[in-house]
Design a protein around this ligand. Structure first.
Ligand code: FES
Length: 340
């Protein structure tokens, strides 16, 4: 027998709303039909934008569907609402305010300002929005970029902030044979036109918490973290202290160290630890950016963490921070997955 389920959505600002979900329908599809603005993008389990925490009842992920949801996240109660099908009446906690999803993604054109290789496998692409275009985002959210001359799109989180608009700075990992990587290597030049769409994603700075922030970044996962740090730097009033732990495989692959140092000069409450898996010298730590975090760093009961990097790093960081006593609901993460 099939049954309509009653689902309650509970937002971080205390607002709750209920909706009915039909058998075989995802919570996200039901919410869209009911015009409840939830953050989402791909609607197919691949972007993590629609993540929510199941706090009451049972809901499974659609059978046979692949998704970016990690086992540890599923076991902790996380679900991707675009694939979540309630088995019972249930309640989901959303880690954002009830109106965060009402900002609609828009399309915009931008011009290439510069293309700079900042590491053997990382390019800094600086764009400038066209005069009649606008595209806003929260620090940590991502935009989709269409690779010129193709139908392929790729998702990148700006390293810049909305205060820097119309300038948008992206850090892009070069893959051996990626469609964007090949365009950047062989074609991209100043004044090329590029199409963007955004903002997307539920990984963004929760700006109202003046509590210690631990930020862990692997590789180009540094981009949204830099955006968040700049946003904190620009906040008025008492600012959060920030510990940035950033790592790459080797010293040669590190990038943006000058940017980090500059921010530390501008922001005394920012501390950084830079790690490499191999070949550490001088002030570099040996190991990964998760290992660089110790129990002494978690000295506040309401400390928050923002994690961005490869799935294995996110898993390890979430487990370690939880073991060290950080509340699971204070850990926000975004996986960076290479796409070919
Ligand atoms: S909307 Fe992308 S994973 Fe659900």
């Amino acid at each position: 027998m099939t049954t309509v389920r009653q689902v309650t959505l509970s937002f971080s600002d205390g607002v709750s709303t209920s909706l009915q979900v039909q058998p075989g329908e995802s919570v996200l599809d039901a919410a869209i039909a009911a015009e409840i603005p939830l953050l989402h993008q791909c609607r197919s389990g691949s972007c993590s934008s629609c993540m929510a925490r199941l706090v009451d009842g049972q809901a499974n992920m659609r059978a046979g569907a692949s998704s970016t949801l990690m086992r540890s996240e599923y076991e902790a109660g996380d679900r991707l609402l675009c694939l979540a099908e309630p088995e019972t009446d249930c309640t989901f906690q959303l880690a954002y305010e009830h109106d965060a999803g009402s900002v609609k993604a828009t399309k915009a054109h931008a011009f290439v300002d510069s293309v700079e290789k900042v590491a053997p496998d990382v390019v800094k692409l600086v764009l400038e929005l066209a005069e009649d275009a606008w595209l806003d985002f929260r620090p940590g959210q991502f935009v989709q970029v269409r690779v010129p001359g193709t139908d392929a799109t790729r998702s990148y989180s700006p390293a810049s902030t909305s205060a820097d608009l119309p300038r948008i700075e992206l850090l892009i990992r070069l893959l051996d044979d990626g469609v964007m990587s090949n365009w950047l290597r062989n074609v991209a030049k100043p004044d090329d036109v590029i199409e963007l769409e955004g903002p997307f994603g539920s990984f963004f700075l929760r700006e109202k918490r003046p509590v210690p922030h631990i930020m862990i970044a692997g590789g180009t996962g540094l981009a949204p973290i830099l955006s968040m740090i700049d946003s904190i730097r620009r906040q008025s009033g008492r600012k959060s202290s920030v510990l940035l732990s950033f790592g790459c495989a080797t010293p040669e692959q590190l990038f943006c160290l000058d940017d980090i140092e500059l921010r530390q000069q501008l922001m005394p409450q920012l501390a950084s630890r830079i790690s490499v898996d191999r070949g550490a010298t001088g002030s570099l730590l040996s190991g990964n950016p998760v290992a660089a975090i110790t129990a002494d760093d978690l000295n506040h009961p309401d400390a928050v963490a923002y994690l961005c990097g490869p799935p294995r790093m996110i898993e390890a960081a979430t487990e370690k921070l939880s073991q060290l006593g950080m509340k699971r609901e204070n850990i926000f993460a975004e996986q960076f997955l290479p796409s070919n």
